[in-house]
Design a protein around this ligand. Structure first.
Ligand code: FES
Length: 305
């Protein structure tokens, strides 16, 4: 009979406690990822939690396998099976004894299953962001009536600041007097060709006769709209060449965009430009639109032409 030694780690309860710890860390990471995703946590936080979930699961499985199936090469001594008639009960007893799992092993396997459930919860969470279930995303911006317009240098704007044919990128003023550089709140302020503005532009939200503001976020896939052809009043998105008519409510005139850039109504207060309300319409490439109460839908805007 060949002698052999069991190689570490041995299948003792300590090994399976380590399995359980890794598995619980994995479950915590998976559930934490789901919670952080729903709370719209920073992407770095999401990455760390997902890494904990996956690494914990990998470590738990590895430890479980090593503890359950030790790295052993050898011949194990076994008791002779009863061979005489009538000894079936004894054979069954020997086999059943061999199938029984130590309590630690069962604990390890169960905690791995718990960790799997935690990861499953984490992987299902992103599904909540799919499809038309979050149509309010494009409605959360910093603009409201009375919020002052700031340029990229953080300066207040008077109508004279923008010459004929000019375009400027605008941000809302924050509580500290600095521009709030949130993508969904970015605006292009353009000086449209004189006497060319017409519906569906909301003319009561225009200052100086031809100073009009639209969301800078393209309604196709969200790139910044940053090019303006003064002669025709066309705004362009460089990503996929969508074109919008700034003289007519920024309706799309060419390319893949299907919705107009929402207009930000303006007014003057103490000689500087301020918002006269929120965006009229949804910002960005939101699908499954559910208009905020009191706001016109794109179809209504088109119908008012
Ligand atoms: Fe603007 Fe595609 S993102 S055209």
């Amino acid at each position: 009979m060949q002698e052999f030694e069991r190689i570490d780690p041995s299948p003792d309860r300590g090994s399976f406690r380590v399995v359980a710890l890794w598995a619980l860390a994995s479950a915590a990471g998976g559930i934490g990822f789901a919670v952080a995703f729903v709370l719209e946590a920073d992407v770095a936080v999401l990455g760390i939690l997902l890494a904990i979930a996956l690494a914990g699961m990998a470590a738990a499985i590895r430890r479980y396998v090593l503890a359950t199936y030790p790295q052993v090469t050898g011949v194990e001594e076994r008791p002779a099976l009863p061979t005489e008639a009538g000894s079936a009960g004894q054979v069954e007893g020997v086999v059943t004894a061999g199938e029984q799992q130590p309590a630690g092993q069962r604990m390890g396997r169960r905690t791995i299953l718990v960790a799997g459930c935690g990861i499953a919860v984490g992987l299902v969470a992103p599904a909540t962001a799919m499809g038309p279930t979050r149509p309010d995303i494009g409605l959360r911006t910093r603009w409201s009536d009375g919020v002052r317009l700031l340029d990229d240098e953080g300066e207040l704007l008077s109508p004279a600041a923008l010459p004929d044919g000019g375009l400027d990128t605008i941000w809302p003023e924050g509580p500290d007097g600095q521009p709030v550089r949130e993508e969904l709140s970015s605006v292009v302020l353009v000086r449209a060709p004189v006497d060319r503005l017409r519906p569906p532009t909301h003319l009561d939200g225009v200052v100086d006769g031809n100073l009009v503001a639209y969301s800078k976020v393209c309604t196709h896939m969200g790139c910044p709209v940053g090019l303006f052809r003064a002669g025709t009043g066309a705004l362009f998105c460089p990503c996929h060449q969508a074109s919008f008519d700034a003289t007519a409510g920024a309706m799309p005139t060419f390319g893949p965009a299907e919705r107009p850039l929402p207009q930000l109504p303006l007014r003057l207060e103490d000689g500087v430009l301020v918002a006269a309300g929120e965006f009229i319409g949804h910002v960005g490439p939101t699908t499954g639109l559910r208009p905020r109460e009191g706001r016109p839908t794109p179809a209504e805007i088109e119908g008012s032409e």
